[in-house]
Design a protein around this ligand. Structure first.
Ligand SMILES: Cc1cc2nc3c(=O)[nH]c(=O)nc-3n(C[C@H](O)[C@H](O)[C@H](O)COP(=O)(O)OP(=O)(O)OC[C@H]3O[C@@H](n4cnc5c(N)ncnc54)[C@H](O)[C@@H]3O)c2cc1C
Length: 506
């Protein structure tokens, strides 16, 4: 056992991942979670024999998960039964007479045929586009995603600039795609993945075109039993390596003496001492609430007043007494007023009039999460963070979305089929995860907040680190596991920018 003791605040996927890496390498790790269950936003609940994944549902970047498990000396297949979805997802274009519905297979022979039907000549362009997007993804993995940043000067190094400029950082995805394609439906399909990054096509740097390679080339997977199986696997590994886990234990304060964190204070006043504190709680909460003295804050409230927060989500969990024929596992309904919808989510916050929304029907793949003959739906509408609304307004919006689903997705008897239902939105994100403005995702991936994303090391307290969606590289489960690797590198003192080949890498 190493002499150093590490306290990790929060058992989201980033906190859990960091705990596993450090404990496997012999550190004494204490993981402290405010909620009853581990997993943070990747959580779960069961009602009336329906098992709902509460947050993430897209298992993307399987290479990153596999790499992470192999660092822990684990074979991912021993933990997860991964199913490749086919189709990967279905897109609904309401009102489009020619293409009311399109399936994307992550199988180029099929997808190029679809693209060619949407825009003549686009199949060839798409091949080139994806080749380039794949090269950028591999470059990002080799050079950028697994790199710890210290300051803006890191970006000014010659080698870094040369490689970085290949990633198209200074034009927006909207402009970039306009140069490649003309058909609006095709562009919408390629743009929508940016919502996963909490951003909009006119605000996101074109380097994220690599998301299209991830989706079209690598495919979309699903772990049998649900996304929460990932959390259970990590919890199992953490316990195996001796991580001490406390649940229902909110941390009240990061205790600092002479610019060093000496541990954390809990609600009952007790202090758990440590050599390092790593916070997986949202960065805003860590900085403005857990650090009591303003002089220790690297990102004080004035930083957050100007920050662009990723959207919140208006979520419906529905257990149905029957099956829905028109859906596949992942379903996206695209707004007719595409740009207006993004404005309502990012620029002029209000409940979208004609929203794009997402419906997950995991029972299309998995029989273990609902009783026989019944479908389970997770409905997510991206909405601006920071909105406030009453219970009546929520119910009104729920009615609107259900009415839209009946028509757009052709489920006329949806209302009558609902056997269980609940809602989740801003106030729940704030209550459950201390989320600033009720954001679902955290800091958006705008250009500025990609290049100058808060680094994972406090500038004021030498042994305080951050992990999770708020720091580098950013939002999404696999990305948070990369942030765990970055926190690990900080603790053990590894400086190179590449993915680790093993935990003994130097
Ligand atoms: C609705 C939704 C859908 C999503 N869909 C996808 C998807 O399909 N695919 C994908 O890859 N990603 C998706 N994401 C994003 C992904 O879920 C997140 O980026 C990721 O789970 C965040 O992990 P994290 O490590 O930042 O920690 P979080 O999950 O944010 O967890 C932080 C933890 O800290 C705890 N905490 C906070 N304050 C304290 C305190 N004072 N003391 C102790 N503990 C504290 C919280 O309770 C929480 O458990 C989705 C997110 C949401 C919300």
């Amino acid at each position: 056992m190493k002499q150093e003791k590490i306290v990790i605040i929060g058992a989201g996927i980033g906190g859990l991942g960091t705990a596993c890496l450090l404990a496997k390498q012999g550190y004494e790790v204490v993981l402290i979670e405010k909620n009853e269950k581990l997993g943070g936003r990747a959580n779960i609940f069961k009602e009336k024999d329906f098992i709902f994944d509460m947050g993430p549902s897209w298992y993307l970047m399987p290479d990153v998960f596999e790499h992470f498990f192999s660092l822990l000396g684990e074979n991912i297949e021993d933990h997860l039964n991964l199913i490749k979805l086919s189709p990967s997802y279905r897109v609904f274009f309401p009102g489009d007479k020619d293409f009311p519905m399109i399936d994307i297979y992550s199988d180029l022979s099929k997808d190029l045929e679809t693209f060619e039907k949407l825009e003549k000549g686009s199949a060839e362009k798409m091949k080139k586009y994806l080749k380039q997007s794949g090269e950028q993804y591999n470059l990002a993995k080799r050079q950028f995603m697994y790199r710890n940043y210290n300051s803006v000067f890191d970006f000014l190094q010659k080698d870094f600039m040369k490689e970085g400029l290949k990633m198209n950082p200074f034009q927006t995805m909207e402009n970039y795609l306009n140069k490649w394609f003309k058909d609006d439906r095709l562009k919408k399909i390629l743009e929508y993945t940016l919502v996963f990054l909490g951003s909009a096509p006119n605000k996101t740097p074109a380097l994220y075109n690599m998301m299209n390679f991830i989706d079209f080339d690598m495919g979309v997977y699903y772990p049998e039993g649900g996304i929460y199986k990932i959390i259970e696997a990590l919890e199992h590994i953490a316990r195996k390596h001796g991580v001490k886990i406390h649940t229902n234990t909110p941390v009240e304060e990061i205790v600092v003496e002479n610019k060093k964190a000496i541990g954390v204070r809990l609600e009952d006043g007790s202090i758990i001492e440590s050599n390092y504190v790593i916070s997986n709680a949202d960065m805003h909460f860590t900085e403005t609430k857990l650090l009591k003295e303003a002089k220790y804050r690297t990102f004080p409230q004035k930083y957050w007043d100007k920050a662009v927060m990723g959207p919140s989500a208006f979520i419906l969990y529905l257990g149905l007494n029957g099956k829905v024929d028109t859906l596949t596992h992942h379903n996206l309904r695209f707004s007719v007023n595409w740009k207006e919808n993004f404005k309502e989510v990012f620029d002029n916050p209000k409940f979208p009039e004609d929203p794009s929304y997402y419906v997950c029907c995991p029972t299309k793949t998995d029989k273990t999460i609902a009783p026989d003959g019944k479908d389970l739906l997770f409905v997510l509408v991206p909405v601006a963070s920071g909105l406030e609304f009453t219970d009546e307004q929520r119910t009104e919006y729920r009615n609107k979305i259900i009415a839209m689903m009946k028509e757009d997705l052709n489920i006329p008897n949806l209302e009558e089929m609902i056997e269980y239902e609940s809602m989740y939105a801003h106030q729940e994100f704030t209550k459950d995860y201390n989320a600033f403005q009720g954001t679902a995702l955290g800091l958006s991936h705008t250009l500025k907040q990609t290049l100058l994303r808060p680094t994972n090391k406090s500038k004021k307290i030498s042994n305080l680190l951050y992990v999770g969606a708020g720091t580098n590289p950013g939002i999404g489960m696999p990305i948070c596991l990369i942030s765990s690797e970055l926190a690990y590198k900080r603790v053990v003192g590894i400086k190179h920018p590449r993915p680790l080949t093993s935990l003994d890498d130097v």
